[in-house]
Design a protein around this ligand. Sequence first.
Ligand code: NAP
Length: 398
Amino acid sequence: MPELITADEFHDLKVPRNPIVPFIEGDGVGPELWRAARPILEDASRKTGREISFLEVPAGEKAVKKAGSPLPQETLEALRRHRVSIKGPLATPVGGGIRSLNVAIRQALDLYACVRPVTYIPGVPSPVKRPELVDVVIFRENTEDVYAGLEWAAESPEAEALRVFLQEKLGTNLSPETALGLKPMSAFRSKRLVRLALKWALKERRPSLTLVHKGNIMKYTEGAFRRWGYEVAEKEFPQETVTEALAQDPETRLIVKDRIADNMFMQTLLRPAEYSAVATPNLNGDYLSDALAAQTGGLGVSPGANIGDGLAVFEATHGTAPKYAGKNIANPTSLILSGALMLEHLGWRDAGFLVRKAVALSLGKGILTQDLARQIPGAKSFGTREFAEMVHKELQAL
Ligand code: NAP
């Protein structure tokens, strides 16, 4: 009988050998990508002595048809109860009351860290000369900064009231017809993000964690993120971490450093090998993770996860790619690798390794979907289904 995943008071997961894992198929290319990924994840689990039971929970267009809502309450409850889930991309309903279903899920479950590992797989075309130097995991704050969604249109009564308040109380001098947004960044939410990143980097024996911020200009938000980040390292991990200025050569402790965001974009192009883990506020992380993903093959091969305390939803980083929906063209690698990440999160490193290895073997043999094949003159392009079958075959042979 399939069993529930549970967690202890420290949010550490207790994973049975036969867990129930909910999945959301998603919209657009979601269903065909899930059909491609699912048997690979099931087989990798089986090959390592486990049995995963996927449970479909409705969301998106399918849920509107079935339950009259794109994100039924029962879906959120199932994601919460089962703790670890996987989802395909969801379209943002046009003109609906929800800003984004993805953001709604992250907020409802307080999945405060968007985790994006970016690693190069040989065989994947890249616009840079040494893509193999990129091996970094980005921890991006998922609930504050621009994701707080606090903004008001120019000329709206709200923006005007806020403008007048700021003028009267704080002496600002903003023009009428100014659109206004708030950039909230709290000690609690910044620190928990950095804590999660530090714990992960220490567990994975990464050499450094870089705090990426724009604190030279936004001193009390981005600058505070940097300060709070260093505080977490110094107060909570004093033995295991050291700041860059005090690091020795060679250094066995985790080096905590910081970079201003614009410099970081240059650094990741010129000296990517110096960065192995990053913790950053929402907007910086949004740009940085896509820019880094571009160096290693783009959205089609970039996995991701949204993680909170004892809860996680794994997902491809791309959207629903509507123009490819139902055409057997989209690249399933991002979702397959998100699944590998999920298996590792369950503590099944061996199963995750098998999936990664099978994907790497296929890509290394030139089995490419059109997003990658079109970048290599004369390369043959495989359909979503055919690509996944090749990966599955590699997995079965391991
Ligand atoms: P998108 O769906 O990611 O597609 C943008 C482009 O990226 C595609 O046109 C395609 O590029 C490429 N692409 C994306 N996924 C691919 C794949 N698996 N294989 C090959 N190529 C892929 O972004 P969008 O068009 O901005 O958004 C469409 C919908 O998705 C929106 O409703 C948006 O809200 C939603 N969305 C959902 C999520 C999520 O669920 N987490 C994330 C982002 C967006 P080419 O045209 O160059 O071939």
